[in-house]
Design a binder for this molecule. Structure first.
Ligand code: SF4
Length: 210
């Protein structure tokens, strides 16, 4: 895909949604970190339902530690893989208290050292809580980037590196939200809604569905 087309795709996505953000509900970097940690292989809606009850009771590392493992599980048991996520959340809270004064560090290495926090979660937190131009590539971004040919790659890491290289500076902070939302609602996995797609004429996917 050439540069001009790429720019036009990004411009249209931006014009359509000038201030995109995550669909996970949060009010602090810590709330976002835990919501992202809980969202692996789960829906944002499911996570929001659980955190709507959890956060009014406990929205700091110490408060979650005070709930205890079973106490935390009682709030998140509707979320897939909740046992593992609960253990990781407790360990993460302990590390935040012990090493970072109870705050979420604005630092990639420190974030990735937290249990249950990988590169993608660190990218989301750095981007959405702290405004860094990081691009967290999930399954939606991977699919949209490859289908459209905006940024092709065999792995999510390849696509992330490609996007970081080809997306102009002005679009970097928000591009991951635009692509996730496009993948979640329009360029869906099984039957993309090409007939209703605002970048249909620019997309280079060979098997468009009308
Ligand atoms: S035209 Fe179809 S395949 Fe291309 S981005 Fe739009 S929905 Fe996805």
């Amino acid at each position: 895909m050439n540069k001009a087309k790429r720019l036009e795709i990004l411009t249209r996505l931006r014009d359509d949604n000038p201030n995109p953000t995550t669909e996970l509900n949060f009010t602090t970097p810590f709330e976002l970190l835990i919501a992202v940690l809980l969202s692996a292989q789960a829906t944002d809606v499911g996570v929001n339902k659980a955190t709507a009850k959890l956060y009014p009771v406990a929205n700091t590392p110490q408060a979650i530690l005070d709930l205890g493992l079973d106490g935390l599980k009682s709030y998140i048991k509707t979320i897939g893989l909740f046992n593992t996520k609960a253990v990781n959340t407790m360990k993460t809270c302990q590390m935040l208290v012990d090493l970072h004064g109870g705050e979420v560090p604005e630092n990639r290495a420190a974030l990735e050292a937290l249990p249950g926090v990988g590169r993608k979660t660190a990218n989301v937190v750095l981007n959405t809580a702290f405004g860094w131009p990081t691009i967290a590539v999930d399954t939606h971004i991977y699919r949209v980037s490859n289908r459209t040919k905006l940024a092709m790659g065999k792995t999510v890491d390849d696509v992330e590196q490609k996007l970081l290289k080809v997306v102009p500076k002005d679009f970097k902070v928000d591009v991951h939200h635009w692509l996730i939302l496009h993948g979640r609602y329009t360029c869906v996995a099984r039957k993309p809604k090409c007939g209703a797609c605002i970048i249909e004429d620019l997309c280079e996917f060979k098997d468009k569905v009308e």
